[in-house]
Write a protein that binds this ligand. Sequence first.
Ligand code: BDR
Ligand code: CA
Length: 324
Amino acid sequence: MNKIKLILDVDPGIDDSLALLLAGLSAEIELLAVTVVSGNIEVNQAACNAKLAMSLINRNDVLIAKGCALPLQRNYVDATDTHGKDGIGEIYFPSEEPIDHGSATEVIIGLLRQYPHQITIAALGPLSNLATIIKQDAEVCALAKEIIIMGGSVKVCGNCSPVAEYNFWCDPDAAKIFFDAHLANVTLVPLDVTYKIRLTPDMREMIRQFKSPLSQYVVDITGFYVDFHWAQERTLGCVINDPLVIAYLLDRSILTFKKGYVQIETEGIAMGESVVEFRETDSQKLTDIAQSVDSKKFFKLFLKRLFHEHKEDIQLMIEKRMIL
Ligand code: BDR
Ligand code: CA
């Protein structure tokens, strides 16, 4: 089997942590590195959170490298209101200093040169690390096989302003540098589809019943997120954006796409907005933008991968229509 060579650029983050678990537990993926960026929480704590997720699934072999501590130009605003003061729902696991294998940007550049046109980069946080690389050496990102971004809101409201989604809003200048580079094979997975990925109270209760350290961790880290969703928008359960990108890597039929030309606003009330022109004809500048998602397919895959020893229980819950 030809494995998917993956670099995961993340800001864990509750949903980033779930994405790390899904990638780390999927045999089809060769996780070359987890690179970390300040976003939901500052980069040092985010790296600790990445290490915790990987150690829970016995993946201490995966290289973790810290990247940008601040957005390129803007003042840094974290998302601890959404993710908790520790970035993972205020469960306060002891924070050890993670093993740091050099700077994230150097790790990414090194791997892209080592495996030209073979690597998929999944960027699930602000684009500060990737923009820094583009600024240093515009050619090197073109060595990626594909780059998949979770970010932006195209036809739906943003989650930081009426028009801006957090990853682009946190570092709009980085997002602009990234999309203005017009790299080939860029895929955008915006809020339009990720907001349909809702971990429901029933699914969470099923996970709690599995009573393993991993299931307890998933229940613990999502508790804060559930409360946030209730307080913010009267939603039951919580939206888990980031693992959708990983699920799409494993099953390309989960998302459908349309090509569009993406531009990022960096100033004023629309700061961080992803403005998409679907009529653009210059094919070299187009990005694949996710339009629809099969959320049932996502959850079947996600739950069975994380809790593979409970596959039968999950299938039974699906057949009984208890969870999906
Ligand atoms: C994105 O922002 C973060 O809060 C999440 O981790 C996700 O990557 C959703 O807007
Ligand atoms: Ca994220």
